[in-house]
Write a protein that binds this ligand. Structure first.
Ligand SMILES: [Zn+2]
Length: 672
């Protein structure tokens, strides 16, 4: 396994050929001192950027026209002299320069509805996509080979923008003809994209490793798609989870992605940015507290750290950026001993629709909603794919829209037979005819015609503040309870809001006072089924009582829980095992993210809308956690302070930890 360092910078350097004096302000001593001040011990530097230019002397590409020396060599040697690792970046999917010479290598996009095709306008600012089915991939591989030959002691090759849109360029049309695919059919075009990607992966990975089979390689597409283990195994040595919380990914993308990646046998980085928003934002900064939190979160979720920056065209590192990074990385450096070679401790497996469908979408509502419920409810969980070992988990959650085929059905039956618990919702657990695949103690009568409808929940799962019928914004299934335990009543509306004679007030029609006779959910033995796509509802609407309902539902079907805490829902908690050191590391993490900014358009300048930011790090006080660990805990210290912490045990044999206060991040180290 390729072992990563903890404190990396991803130094973007996409630099216009219209800017003069590239690299002229590079100064070796200043460069080294700035990296040292930032506590950086690995930095990804550029061989070739999205504009298509090289930053080292090359025979296989073109040196940037305003660069007069081998900048990468100078940067690289300066880093190696102070023991800073250097992975090298090569833009793969975007290359403007070469498309001027070979416009026939450009992606030709297809509108799936009209079959109209288009290419990116050559007149507008922005990067252009190359097609991996075109000879461009050969051109790229020559450059990769040249780079690893010139820099044999580099610490990896980072290839960027790895995806292939549906394309109808001449090369793709040829591939489709040769493979019996019909370019008029979307599924066939998608298959052609898969073939292009497979070709890309094989050729570029071979190129990166042609002199040194151990050369680390990473292919970036902004998100790691669950369920593609063979691709990861064949072509990746490690992972870098690009996830800039303020750049469109949000603060929940990284933890959920990390929860999946941690189940794989690959070391990985979390990658945020120093920007207020996202890449390419010169002069944009987040608050130092935000970066401290983001790096702490990476460690709490079992990742190493990477911070994205963009180098000024002059080659001079930005002082304020490395002050910012230095504050976060000084803390990371202190915490490293407790964060390396760790395994996530989990009692719940969240089987995601993304993993089942190998969907590259990073926002599948049911998956995200379920993930948020588990994060906010402080459950110990993994996000899993079909290759996961189910028997590791006390509870499996299949949120909202999981198609269960025969093979999965058999595995789930075995899992249930061994005493496992199962939480199903919405379409999950139903066959193609809408009948239950499992004995949940109820019958399914199809999808409700009422949009929305309401649930009056059973006391066992009802939010503390709501006894009345609560609106469910998405339609649920009609279930009649037979020998299971009903989890509440559904109340229909008088009618759907459909026309001028059928509407009531500002939004939806009220509920009927009498229950419909259908249940909101049912539980029998180890199985709970909730009739609505509840996790998608939470993802879409963020209603707090819905969150309370779902956290209670998870607790009910989980049974006795290994963990309980009084921390607020905005706090995060994670339990790691560090077997080599015979200790568990409980991570407590807290920041209050707030939404700032909004949509404005002034003199033709449009803002980016609301952004979730962190400014303040407020302490949490009187924190309590009760945790049951697989191995008996002998002593506890707070780290990195090294303070011993007395503890007691509750009736369930759980270790009870009390902490007066912590700010941002606290590691509770439990030795066994
Ligand atoms: Zn193509």
């Amino acid at each position: 396994m390729h072992h990563l360092r903890f404190r990396q910078v991803h130094l973007d350097f996409h630099t216009s050929p219209a800017i003069p004096g590239i690299g002229l302000a590079f100064d070796k001593d200043e460069w080294q001192n700035t990296l040292k001040a930032g506590h950086v011990n690995s930095i990804t530097l550029f061989a070739k950027c999205h504009h298509g230019w090289h930053y080292h002397f090359t025979e296989k590409g073109r040196l940037h026209p305003k660069l007069g020396f081998d900048l990468l060599r100078a940067q690289f040697d300066a880093c190696k002299e102070i023991d800073v690792n250097v992975p090298i970046y090569i833009s793969a999917g975007l290359d403007c320069m070469i498309l001027d010479e070979h416009p026939e290598w450009q992606c030709v996009f297809v509108d799936p509805n009209t079959l109209n095709t288009s290419v990116a306008s050559p007149l507008k600012p922005g990067f252009h996509r190359v097609c991996f089915n075109s000879p461009y991939t050969d051109y790229l591989c020559e450059q990769i080979k040249e780079t690893v030959h010139l820099f044999p002691n580099c610490d990896g090759i980072f290839l960027d923008i790895i995806s292939q849109p549906e394309c109808c360029c001449p090369h793709c049309l040829k591939v489709m003809r040769e493979n019996g695919l019909n370019p008029n059919i979307q599924k066939d075009r998608q298959r052609c994209s898969e073939l292009a990607l497979e070709r890309y992966y094989q050729m570029t990975t071979a190129a990166a490793t042609f002199e040194n089979p151990d050369m680390p390689v990473f292919h970036n597409s902004g998100h790691v798609t669950p369920g593609r283990r063979s691709q990861l195994k064949n072509y990746f040595t490690h992972l870098e989870l690009e996830s800039l919380p303020t750049g469109g990914w949000g603060y929940d993308h990284f933890p959920l992605s990390a929860k999946y990646v941690k189940t794989l046998d690959l070391d990985f980085l979390g990658m945020t940015g120093k920007f207020h928003t996202t890449w390419g934002e010169f002069g944009g900064y987040k608050h130092p507290n935000a970066l401290r939190y983001e790096c702490a979160a990476m460690m709490a979720f079992g990742a190493k750290c990477s911070v994205g920056d963009q180098l000024h065209p002059s080659g001079k590192l930005d002082e304020s950026t490395y002050d910012l990074i230095g504050q976060a990385y000084a803390e990371v450096e202190q915490k490293e001993p407790w964060c390396d070679n760790v395994d996530n401790v989990a009692e719940i497996g969240l089987l995601t629709a993304a993993a089942i469908n190998a969907s590259s979408s990073r926002d599948i509502p049911g998956d995200i909603g379920a993930g948020r419920i588990l994060l906010e409810g402080h459950f110990l969980f993994d996000v899993i794919d079909l290759d996961a070992d189910f028997k590791k988990y006390k509870l499996l959650i299949l949120p909202d829209d999981i198609h269960i085929d025969n093979k999965l059905k058999k595995r789930l039956d075995t899992y249930l037979g061994r005493g496992g618990h199962l939480l199903l919702s919405g379409r999950s657990g139903l066959d193609d005819d809408g009948k239950f695949l499992f004995d949940v103690g109820a019958e399914c009568k199809g999808l409700s015609p009422f949009r929305p409808d309401y649930v009056r929940l059973d006391e066992s799962i009802r939010p503390d503040s709501v006894k009345s019928p609560m609106v469910m914004y998405l339609p649920g299934y009609r279930i009649k309870v037979k020998d299971g335990k009903s989890l509440g009543d559904v109340h229909d509306t008088y009618f759907n809001r459909t026309d001028y004679q059928h509407f009531c007030s500002h939004q939806h029609t009220p509920y009927r006072l009498e229950a419909s006779g259908f249940a909101a959910g049912v539980m029998k033995g180890g199985i709970m089924y909730l009739a609505h796509p509840v996790f998608s509802i939470y993802r879409g609407w963020g209603c707090v009582p819905v969150a309370e309902y779902l956290r209670k539902a998870v607790r009910l079907i989980l049974g006795e829980s290994s963990i309980e805490t009084n921390m607020p829902s905005t706090a995060r908690l994670n339990l790691m095992n560090q077997p080599e050191n015979k200790r568990y590391v409980l991570h407590l993490l807290y920041a209050n993210t707030v939404a700032r900014g909004g949509n404005i358009n002034v003199n033709g300048v449009t803002s980016r809308g609301m952004i979730e930011v962190i400014e303040d790090l407020n302490p949490l006080v009187d924190v309590q956690v009760a945790v049951k660990t697989p191995k008996e805990v002998k002593s506890i210290t707070l780290e990195p302070q090294g303070t011993p912490l007395p503890f007691e045990k509750d009736e369930q044999g759980r270790v009870v930890i009390k902490i007066d206060r912590f700010t941002c991040h606290q590691m509770v180290v439990m030795n066994y």
